[in-house]
Design a protein. Structure first.
Length: 636
């Protein structure tokens, strides 16, 4: 919406010229040279090929002309900053204000950037990529990528178009949309590994994800303001590399923290946006504090570090790079983000491999008092007995996974009671709102080889127009759980499908019969019954059973097929196998996709009438199994 500018704030001459410059918008060029002394204006314009305007008001002299095809204005400001302020403000008004209507020009624009065309991020030619603190203390700097410039808008369809200059400044943020592909896999070696592919749209040139044992989560505060969200703690997790480090003293723990908002930097001088308290003696008091800090406060504050302070002495005992890696090794995008990793050397905490357990809690700080904004309860962790190891399969034995590496997690069942803890993923290069993901590992524990089987029971022959019942018995004949068992079947040549029922799970009818039976314990079984009305041709049956992770040790007993022969005076042959005409009152044989009443547990259960002229029964056995209860999912 346009808002009229008061005359006291926009002073114009009677002819519409801006007051002090005594100029109209069309009398200045896009490029303007400002000098102080009015006498220098003529010195500069002497190099013009031609001059189209000479204007003077007090000490403000203006010449506009051309050098070749380039239009240039040179203008004096006179002496002092007050004059400079007047000149620059009135030049701004000439360019950006509609002087005729005294209205500010309102414009909404969107700049779109093709990520694939952006180069790998690096400092500009005038910015050193490292800071030298003397001797061999040379550190790569973290940096953010920014873009700035001017948009020049030209009015179309006029002989002497006016031009509008719009300055812009923008920050290039990571905008991946990657997430975990949560699918149970088959582990034939019983190794305990879970591999989780990270998939989705990738726009960043150096995408990376990190993985941790989840410690605690907290719901987002819906009442937090935009500025308060950066102190709204959402999750904390922990990982360790004790399995791959040379010794315990040099091994590390890695604390992952997530906030609801987005900081410009997590290390604001003396204020760490996020931090960790550590209690090593179990008395409920912090013995060490972990902060994110700039390595230097005297120079550029963009070598970001993690400092560990001993509470008793107030002295630092450890310093590491924020997000573990220096900027020249891995781009973890610490600026304009909401996830961060704080690495701590275990030896700096005065812990030993015989006495390694400690407690930790995460906190956030605000710039106003009280400083502590959010805090988790104390959480227990033993780096020598991690329930899950998310570092051993990572990049260099640490919990970071650059694209295209899948996250690899080692489950240690001896280190938890019932179910493993959840997994916390940080997508450092994702867009806002997609940087944290919690994965339920219990639902992803690898499947081990098992043996789902199927039996098919049906009448060998039936009169046309009669009802037949077929029974499909699905069993788990293996010694391990069969996960996500499904059945697919087809029926061709029947007049219609009357009913479909299952003792476990649900079934539906489309082009095929499909049933989802869930997880099956060893020895468990499910019975599926299908009742059909015969037409005047044979009925072809087929059935197949599969498990979701494809972890079947014997695929030879997964599929069966059979044929129900249709006989009688309405069929293609009589009981003595003599050809007869097809019964006109019976419709054409139908495939199963004509059944429209649905399936699964919503189907009505009807006792099938005894078929007329039944000749006998044939049972095809894949493998016999007793009917046992289905396995219930375990939940922690």
């Amino acid at each position: 919406m346009k808002q009229r500018i008061p005359e006291s704030e926009l002073i114009l001459r009677p002819d519409g010229a801006i007051y002090h410059l005594n100029l109209h918008p069309e009398q200045i060029a896009d490029d303007i040279i400002l000098v102080g002394d009015p006498g220098r204006v003529a010195v500069v314009s002497a190099f013009f090929d031609r001059i189209e305007l000479k204007q003077q008001n007090r000490e403000i002299h203006t010449h506009t002309g051309y050098i070749g095809q380039k239009r240039i204005t040179v203008m004096s400001t006179g002496m002092g900053t007050d004059n400079q302020d007047i000149v620059i403000n009135e030049l701004d008004a000439l360019v950006n204000i509609d002087l005729k209507n005294a209205n500010a020009k309102t414009l909404t624009m969107t700049l779109r950037v093709e990520p694939s065309l952006l180069p790998i991020e690096k400092p500009d030619p005038h910015t050193p990529s490292q800071l030298n603190f003397g001797g061999d203390r040379v550190y790569p700097r973290h940096f953010a990528t920014e873009a700035a410039g001017n948009l020049i808008l030209t009015e179309l369809g006029v002989d002497d178009p006016s031009r509008l200059h719009i300055p812009y400044h923008s920050v290039v943020r990571a905008a991946d949309q990657r997430k975990a592909n949560v699918t149970r896999t088959c582990d034939t070696t019983n190794s305990g590994w879970i591999h989780i592919p990270i998939e989705g749209e990738t726009t960043h040139r150096e995408s990376v994800t990190s993985a941790f044992e989840l410690g605690a989560t907290h719901p987002k505060n819906p009442l937090a303001s935009f500025d308060e969200r950066v102190a709204d703690l959402l999750a904390v997790g922990v990982a360790t590399n004790t399995a791959t480090a040379d010794n315990f003293e040099d091994s590390s723990v890695y604390f992952a923290l997530v906030v609801a908002g987005e900081w410009t930097t997590p290390a604001k001088g003396p204020l760490s946006v996020v931090g960790i308290d550590i209690d090593v003696d179990g008395d409920g008091q912090q013995d060490y504090e972990v902060f994110a800090e700039p390595l230097s406060r005297e120079f550029f504050a963009d070598v970001l570090a993690v400092m560990v302070y001993e509470i008793r002495t107030g002295e630092p005992v450890s310093g590491r790079f924020l997000n573990l890696f220096p900027r020249d090794q891995l781009n973890t995008e610490p600026f304009n983000n909401s996830v961060v990793v704080l690495p701590v050397t275990l030896g700096s905490l005065d812990l030993t491999s015989q006495n390694a357990a400690f407690r930790y809690r995460a906190f956030t700080q605000r710039e106003t008092f009280p400083r502590i904004a959010d805090k988790t309860p104390w959480l227990d962790y033993d780096p020598t007995r991690p329930a899950i190891d998310s570092a051993v399969g990572g990049n260099g034995g640490v919990p970071f996974y650059p694209v295209p590496q899948s996250v690899a997690v080692k489950i240690n069942p001896d280190n938890f009671e019932i179910t493993p803890p959840d997994l916390l993923l940080l997508h450092h290069t994702n867009r806002r709102g997609m940087r944290m993901e919690v994965i339920e590992l219990d639902a992803l524990q690898p499947a081990h080889p098992t043996d789902p089987t199927v039996e098919l029971t049906y009448p060998t022959s039936i009169d046309s127009g009669a009802i037949a019942t077929t029974t499909w018995l699905v069993s788990n004949a293996g010694s391990e759980i069969a996960y996500d068992v499904s059945v697919t079947g087809s029926v061709v040549g029947a007049n219609s499908v009357q009913t479909l029922t299952t003792s476990v799970g649900s079934c539906s009818i489309g082009q095929k019969v499909t049933c989802s039976l869930g997880d099956m314990d060893p020895g468990a079984s499910a019975t599926i019954e299908l009742t059909l009305m015969a037409s005047y041709q044979d009925i072809e049956l087929s059935i197949r059973v599969d498990d979701g992770p494809s972890c079947d040790s014997d695929i030879t007993n997964n599929a069966l097929s059979g044929t129900i022969h249709v006989v009688g005076e309405d069929a293609g042959v009589d009981s003595d196998s003599n050809p007869v005409d097809a019964a006109e009152e019976l419709p054409n044989p139908l495939s199963i996709d004509t059944y429209e009443s649905g399936g699964g547990c919503s189907c009505r259960t009807v006792a099938a009438p005894a078929p007329n002229g039944q000749r006998g029964w044939l049972t095809l056995l894949g493998l016999g199994a007793a009917s046992l209860g289905m396995r219930k999912r375990r939940r922690s």
